[in-house]
Design a protein around this ligand. Structure first.
Ligand SMILES: NC(=O)c1ccc[n+]([C@@H]2O[C@H](COP(=O)([O-])OP(=O)(O)OC[C@H]3O[C@@H](n4cnc5c(N)ncnc54)[C@H](O)[C@@H]3O)[C@@H](O)[C@H]2O)c1
Length: 306
């Protein structure tokens, strides 16, 4: 596999074949409900084995019982030991004792105490729980995914390496202005930061890294009232099944690497997802030049560890 190169916008209307996913093993964090469940269902339908890590024991066990080739493991992503256990369980569950795909989907959205104003004499320390789950949890998932990918494929790029892919879950809040939510926005922009760093080295171990950023999708992440407000405003939301198909597209097309895909309302894309070509600066010669200088200080020839 070659180092990261921008090759123009991704054409998400192109047909794709999911046959390469059959028999592969994936981990989905936060896979018991909502978008995570949609990713699980799509992968199972494509013939993959799926390990769900989620604190919702009742729903996780139900999915394990209802779907073939699915394993549920209780897991709070903000706890390192839970995630180590999740990855070990996935290896034991995998028919090939390998993990091909990891989707760092677990994420929460709360009233943001960094934003909220308190009329108290002394300032109140804000709850940073969103950062803990969305960023710290994803960094733990990232570290463990890369550890397993490196163990499986080695440190040196070679044609014998099997495709592996880490998918980070962003949001419209990863690139749009979203008022009253500095923590959530920071946590979702962070997914793109992780992408920009890893895409320069992941190829050594045959790995791809991508971000899927969903638009509003009706799940339990926001209150019923919040979704009603969105609907009353005439905003078209995105569909769970389109998010599932988007994941299959990203995983089965090995040319999709180092990119963000937006799961959108269908008015913006017939299939409900599109490449916005956000992660490169084509057309901005100054940033392209600065990026080249940035890479001079950390050239790929130096290998993984510098
Ligand atoms: N639904 C949307 O409108 C939307 C839009 C953009 C991005 N997203 C992102 O998609 C992802 C999934 O969101 P959703 O809408 O399906 O939410 P959801 O609340 O419906 O489901 C989230 C799942 O994550 C699990 N979870 C919560 N805390 C966890 C933790 N500490 N460890 C492991 N699992 C945990 C929950 O039990 C649940 O099963 C999140 O990262 C979210 O930020 C959602």
């Amino acid at each position: 596999m070659e180092g990261y190169k921008h090759t123009g916008p991704i054409d998400c209307t192109r047909p794709f074949d999911t046959e390469s996913l059959r028999g592969k093993t994936a981990i989905i964090t936060g896979g018991a409900n909502g978008l995570g469940e949609a990713y699980v269902r799509a992968l199972v339908k494509a013939g993959a084995y799926v390990c769900i890590g989620d604190p919702d024991v009742e729903k996780g066990r139900k999915l394990e019982a209802d779907l073939p080739n699915t394993k549920y493991t209780p897991c709070d992503v903000s706890k390192w030991t839970d995630q180590v256990h999740l990855f070990n369980e996935a290896i034991s569950f995998s028919p090939t004792s390998t993990i091909s795909y990891v989707v760092a989907n677990a994420g929460i959205h709360r009233r943001d105490e960094v934003f909220l104003h308190n009329d108290t004499d002394e300032p109140l320390e804000p709850d940073l729980g969103t950062i803990k789950v969305n960023i710290v949890g994803t960094l733990y998932t990232t570290k463990l995914a890369m550890r397993h990918f490196i163990k499986q494929n080695g440190h040196t790029a070679s044609p014998a390496q099997q495709d592996t892919c880490l998918v980070l879950i962003g949001s419209g809040a990863a690139f749009l202005d979203c008022p009253r939510a500095p923590q959530y926005c920071a946590s979702k922009w962070a997914m793109r930061g992780i992408l920009h760093s890893l895409r320069r080295t992941a190829f050594y171990y045959g790995s791809r890294v991508n971000v899927i950023s969903p638009w509003y999708v009706k799940t339990n992440i926001l209150s019923q009232e919040a979704f009603e407000r969105v609907s009353r405003a005439g905003v078209q939301v995105a569909e769970l099944e389109d998010a599932g198909e988007c994941l299959l597209r990203v995983l089965s097309d090995t040319e999709v690497n180092g990119r963000s895909i937006f799961v959108s309302g269908r008015k913006w894309a017939a299939r409900g997802y599109l490449g916005l070509d956000l992660e490169d600066y084509t057309g901005n010669a100054l940033i392209v030049e600065i990026q080249e200088d940035q890479m001079k200080g950390a050239p790929v020839e130096m290998g993984l560890y510098i």
